[in-house]
Design a protein around this ligand. Structure first.
Ligand SMILES: [Zn+2]
Ligand SMILES: [Zn+2]
Length: 432
């Protein structure tokens, strides 16, 4: 599949390559765009054309690259990573994602990456002090990773000053600046929460990311968790396991792929490193025979959902406000991002409101356009009456300026007007 062409993009290396501090793909794409003096959209569009030409038999690149989706293991991530590796000549870019888990974990990617950014303020400060480029670590983008274990600080997920969630990084702002108020996201003081207690899953995620960073291209086997469970001592009661670690232990006709979070809870419950289970499940289950005390922390079910309901409520409120306020309507995408929702999310609770706002926006835009067209027609008629010696191009430009209307719209109206006049003349010239 490799084309004869040489890599055409600047050869930008991943930050923290080969270590557990490895950069996440979204952060890499942002830095690569900045290096080429382009926006993320411009870079991916260009890459998309380049890929269509150079990546024979290849699937087309995704048009929209939403940050949080990039760092996981979706099909979009796979294609983008492959294209980037060809285009830059850097061969380990896939280590900046969770692609190693694509065969093991839930297809929809839930329970793996988090949507808004999270960061360790001290890491940013150290990057700055050392003169390194600021970058987001892959670990920070994982849902179950909630603390920087180097500095023992809880990761921050919103601006300490205005409380805004930092969804996508902005290319015109440094990573440690808030995208809303532009103040520092690494501001020291009362906003830092130190904790000595690691979250369950922290060490597991670190060792998996570290292993993948050292072995880019590795793919864990789909059947590994099932081999582990099959080889388990039958003395474990499945009802206890379900009680503690959730969906992994349900017996189903077909093996479902568990969420990454469920696997972490399973490993935590048995006190066996998840990396061990993924690499050598039989050996891991043999270790279980040595001794086991079921005194683990119980999984808190549906914790994420409680947050998610809050966000849906906020989204609903924002939509209602926008509808009540009347035109001009804000883009629905902005309302979703403000409420910390994905731009693709369509929860049932807000579906009718989204539909209503879209309808209102559409009719508002149509009414505005019609109004503009009428004004253009009026002015053009007046201009014809005054009979100046401007060229048609000059007239179009002047009218567009006067009316603050797009040039293409004025040109369209002028053409339509002329066509109508010619038609009139033709009808007049025709003998009865
Ligand atoms: Zn840190
Ligand atoms: Zn802020």
């Amino acid at each position: 599949m490799r084309s004869a062409r040489e890599p055409t993009y600047l050869k930008l290396a991943l930050c923290g390559a080969g270590t557990r501090e490895i950069e996440c793909l979204s952060s890499y794409v942002n830095r690569l765009s900045a290096l080429h003096g382009a926006t993320r959209y411009q870079l991916t569009s260009h890459l998309s054309m380049w890929w269509a030409k150079n990546g024979r038999e290849a699937q087309p690149l995704p048009r929209q690259c939403i940050e949080s989706r990039l760092n996981g293991y979706s099909i979009d991530t796979e294609i983008l990573v492959t294209a980037l590796e060809y285009a830059t000549g850097i061969s380990d870019i896939r280590a900046s994602t969770l692609l190693a888990l694509v065969d093991v974990c839930a297809k929809n990617g839930s329970g793996s990456t988090r949507r808004p950014r999270a960061w360790c303020p001290r890491c940013y400060q150290e990057d700055r002090a050392a003169g390194r480029p600021l970058y987001d670590r892959l670990l920070w983008r994982l849902q179950a990773y909630e603390r920087c274990s180097i500095h023992k600080i809880k990761l921050m997920t919103c601006c300490p000053f205005c409380g805004a969630a930092q969804s996508d990084a902005r290319l015109d702002l440094e990573l440690d600046r808030c995208r809303r108020c532009r103040l520092s996201l690494s501001h020291e003081g009362k906003y830092w929460h130190f904790t000595d207690n690691p979250d369950p899953g922290e060490t597991d995620l670190e060792s998996i990311v570290d292993y993948v960073a050292k072995n880019p291209g590795v793919r864990f086997e789909r059947s590994a968790p099932w081999h582990f469970l099959d080889a388990l001592d039958p003395s474990f009661k499945r009802s206890d396991l379900i009680h503690f670690a959730g969906d992994v232990f349900h017996i189903r006709e077909k093996q479902v792929r568990p969420q990454l979070n469920s696997l972490l809870w399973m490993a935590n419950y048995f006190d066996i490193p998840l990396l061990g289970i993924l690499l050598d499940p039989e050996e891991a289950s043999r270790q279980m025979a040595i001794g086991f005390k079921g005194k683990k922390e119980r999984r808190v079910p549906k914790r994420r959902r409680a947050f998610s309901q809050e966000r849906v409520d906020a989204y609903e409120l924002a939509l209602k406000k926008a509808i009540k306020k009347g035109p001009p309507y804000p883009p629905i995408r902005h309302l979703a991002l403000q409420s910390d929702m994905s731009v693709y999310a369509r929860p049932r609770q807000v579906q009718p409101l989204i539909f209503e706002l879209a309808q209102l926006t559409r009719s508002y835009i149509q009414a505005k356009r019609a109004q503009k067209e009428r004004r253009i027609d009026r002015l053009f008629k007046k201009h014809i009456a005054s009979a100046s010696d401007e060229t048609k191009k000059q007239i179009v430009q002047r009218l567009a300026c006067e009316l603050k209307a797009p040039v293409h719209l004025v040109r369209e109206r002028v053409k339509a007007f002329e066509k109508k006049e010619i038609e009139k003349l033709r009808l007049k010239a025709q003998p009865d």
